[in-house]
Ligand binder design. Structure first.
Ligand code: GLU
Length: 297
């Protein structure tokens, strides 16, 4: 009999800037869920896109996590060191016919709203991207917070870029390869990625990889009900005083306010709060709009 996999969660920030309140919610939610299930929690830096990277951002993000009492189990992975694993997955997908070369430009796909269902161009002077063929089926999965989510793959998503024509690896391939390579059983992240999940599950199936359990946390909206933009909430969380943002993130996740108290070190307070953590309390839609983090003291 095979052993059930040890629970394992992860937080996977892109190093495009300091952690803001929305990313803190994802970090705390994934940490709590992993620890609640008695599992490990890993951190993976998704540094696949050097032009968008901010120098020093990943070090700062790791420092922030530590200041907020969350320490990764095992080494921190960096996707920039994982290119051979992505190349290997791509080779298998090309060999099985699930992936193909594509030379369509963005403007050539305008007529289909940017969705690729079949190549409309083959200008061999252009460098090729590699896409994953998405079948004309509906894929459905159950998210532990958002409930059943279904998506018509060919109609709503279209063939997915796995390696861009400029040679960069796409997030969709890297996330699937790395979640499996790190034995992640529980993916907890923001609801902006709910829509990407069916294509990731399809890719897992093409590669013969297991599908983790998914939890998509409500998005953090600002006081006007907008997704976090250039507002107060997108300011970096304050490493020198983690409490206001930590308590606000805990409450945003719908958890009993009294269970996370400002006392002692954040890591000890999180350990204590863990006993009260209840995934069933996480709200499906955005929680309370957070108007000012620093009112939570
Ligand atoms: N790197 C992605 C981000 O920072 C998160 C990817 C994921 O959690 O799957 O938005």
């Amino acid at each position: 009999m095979t052993q059930p996999a040890r629970p394992c969660g992860r937080f996977a920030p892109s190093p495009t800037g300091p952690l803001h309140f929305g990313s803190l919610v994802a970090a705390l939610g994934s940490w709590m869920m992993a620890r609640h299930r008695g599992g490990d929690w890993r951190v993976r830096i998704e540094d696949l896109d050097p032009p968008r990277e901010v120098p020093g951002a990943s070090e700062r993000q790791l420092h922030t996590l530590q200041a907020f009492g969350m320490t990764a189990d095992g080494p921190v992975w960096r996707q920039s060191g994982r290119h051979p694993a992505y190349a290997d997955a791509l080779r298998r997908l090309l060999a099985s016919g699930d992936a193909f070369e594509c030379r369509c430009s963005r403007s050539q796909l305008e007529a289909t709203g940017g969705i690729h269902r079949a190549c409309v161009a083959n200008d061999s002077s252009r460098p090729a991207a590699i896409r994953l063929r998405l079948p004309d089926t509906t894929l459905e999965f159950e998210d532990s917070v958002q409930g059943v989510f279904r998506q018509s793959l060919a109609r709503e998503v279209g063939d997915v870029v796995l390696r861009r024509s400029d040679g960069f690896w796409a997030y969709q391939l890297a996330v699937v390869v790395d979640d499996a390579a790190q034995d992640i059983t529980d993916v907890v992240r923001g609801a902006d990625l709910l829509d990407s999940t069916p294509r990731q599950i399809h890719l897992q199936r093409c590669l013969g990889l297991p599908t983790p359990a998914y939890t998509h946390l409500p998005l953090v909206l600002d006081a006007d009900g907008q997704k976090l933009g250039k507002s107060l909430q997108s300011l970096p969380v304050d490493d020198s005083d983690p409490w206001p943002a930590l308590i606000a993130a805990w409450r945003f996740l719908g958890q009993a306010p009294a269970a996370l108290a400002r006392s002692g070190k954040p890591e000890l307070a999180l350990q204590r709060a863990l006993a009260a953590f209840d995934p069933a309390r996480i709200p499906r839609v955005h929680g309370q709009p957070v108007s000012r983090i620093d009112t939570v003291r």
